[in-house]
Design a protein around this ligand. Sequence first.
Ligand SMILES: Cc1cc2nc3c(=O)[nH]c(=O)nc-3n(C[C@H](O)[C@H](O)[C@H](O)COP(=O)(O)O)c2cc1C
Length: 481
Amino acid sequence: MSFEDLHDYISFLLNRKDLVKIDDTVDPDLELTYILSEEERVGKGRAIMFSNVKESSISAVGNLFSTHEKMRYILGEDPNTLGSRITNLVKPPPEKSSFIGKGLEMMKELGGLRPKITNTLPSDRNELEKVDLFRYPICKTWPQDGGKFITLPLVITKDPETGNRNMGMYRMQVYDSETTGMHWHIHKGGSEDYIKEKWRNETMDVAVVIGSDPLTIFSAVAPLPSGIDEFMFRGLISKKRSELVRGKTVDLEYPRNFEIVLEGYVDPSETRMEGPFGDHTGYYSLEEEFPVFHVRKIIEKKDRIYPTTIVGKLWHEDVVIGKTVERMFLPFIQMVMPEIVDINTMEEAVFHNMVIVSIRKMYPGHAKKVMFGLWSLGQLMFSKIIVVVDSDINIHDRKEVIWAMTTRIDPQRDVTIIPGTVTDSLDHASRIFNYGSKLGIDATRKDASEGYTRRWPDVLEMPKDLEDRMKKLLKDRLMDK
Ligand SMILES: Cc1cc2nc3c(=O)[nH]c(=O)nc-3n(C[C@H](O)[C@H](O)[C@H](O)COP(=O)(O)O)c2cc1C
C-alpha cells in the first residue's frame, strides 16, 4: 500500500485509532510540542491533529512516524526485507536461475523508478497573493530555541553541474514573514548543490514542500548517496512512479501531492546566525552562520494541513526513523562489506555517535579495515565511535557488547584515534565546528597474526548434546511441577 497524500495517511491513522484530534486552543509556542512529546514518551505514540492552534487558522499534525508499526505501513513491509529486496536488484542472479526471469523481475521492480513530471497543478491548489509565513502554525519546541522552526520541510535543490535533483530534510528557522534559515549541514546533498552554486556565483532556486505522503517525507531523510534521486528511491519502494510538478517561479520539480510549497531562492553570498535549537542530541545545537532562504511564492492545497515533528532527547520519533534507516540500509552496507553480520546504532548514542558492528573476521587488521570502510560510507562518516566485535556477539544486547569491549581489548593495541576528520555538524563536543576526532575500538579476538603471543582462552560453553538433555530434564522435572 502507498498513501496518496498526507490526507490519505491521516484518514488511515484515524481509522486505526492511531490519531487523535485535539480541538482545544493550543499555543504553538512550547505547548503543542509538549503534547506531542508526552504522547510519545508516556502515551501510546499516536499521531495528534491540532485544529485550533493559536494565531493560525490552519491545522497542524504531528507524530506521523512515531511507532515502528506506522513505519511498516508507510514502507509497505519490514525495513530489512525491503532493503534486501532493493539490494537484490543489483546483485547477479544465483547460478541456477534464469537471466530472463531475473530481467523480468527487475523490470517489475523498477517500474516505479522514473518520476512522472507534469506542468499543471491539481485544481485544488491556490497560489497565494502574498507571502506570509506567519499564517502557519509553526512551532517553537524548546524554551531556548532561537524562534519558530519548520521542522519537517522537504528541501528540493538541483546540482548545477549535473542537473540531478536532491531532496533533504533541513530545519528552517523563521526570521520574518518571507525569510528563513536554511540549515543544511555542510556534508549534505543540499549543501553540495549550494557550494557548487557558490563556485559559480549564482543565486540558487530552492523549493520547500511542507506536507506530502509519508513515504516521500521519509525519502527526504533517507541517507542516499549523492546523485541518487530521492523520488526514484521512493518509486522503488512503492513500485509506483512519483508524481512531480514543475515549479512556477523555480526551475525545479516537486511532489504534486504537496500541502504547502514555498518557492524561493538562496543567495550564496548571504548567511545569517541560525539557532539555537533543541536537537536530536538532547542539547541545544549552538548558533552558527547558515544560508538564508527567501520565499518568492506560496502555493497551498485548499484544505492544507501543516505537519510538524519534534526532536529532543531519546524518545522522539526521530528514533523510530533512525532505527528504520539502520535496518533498511544494512543490506546495502553488507553488499559493499559482506563481512558485516549486523550493525547497531543506538538511540542513546544519537545513532551515529557510537556504532557497534559485528563481523566475520578473516584476516589480521580486518576490524580496522571495517572501521575505515564505514567512516567512508555515506552518512556513516559521522560515526564518532565505532566498535567492532566478532559475530558470536549479539550486538543488540548491551551486556554482551560491554563484555566483548572489556574482555577482548588491550587498549594500546586495539584503540585507534583519528586526530582530525569529518564530524557531524551537531557534534558540540568537537573543538571545531564540523571537524574533530574519531575513536575505533577493535574488540575482536586476537591471535598470532596480530602479534598476540599467548593462547586466547575459550569462552565458557556446555556441550550442545548435554545442554539439550539437561534442558529436557529441567523441563520435565522442575518447570512443569
Ligand atoms: C526531523 C529531522 C530534522 C532534520 N534536520 C536536519 C537539519 O536541520 N540539517 C541537516 O543537515 N540534516 C537534518 N536532518 C537529517 C537529514 O534530513 C538527513 O541526513 C538526510 O539524509 C539528508 O539528505 P541529503 O543526503 O539529501 O542531504 C534531519 C532529519 C530529521 C528526521
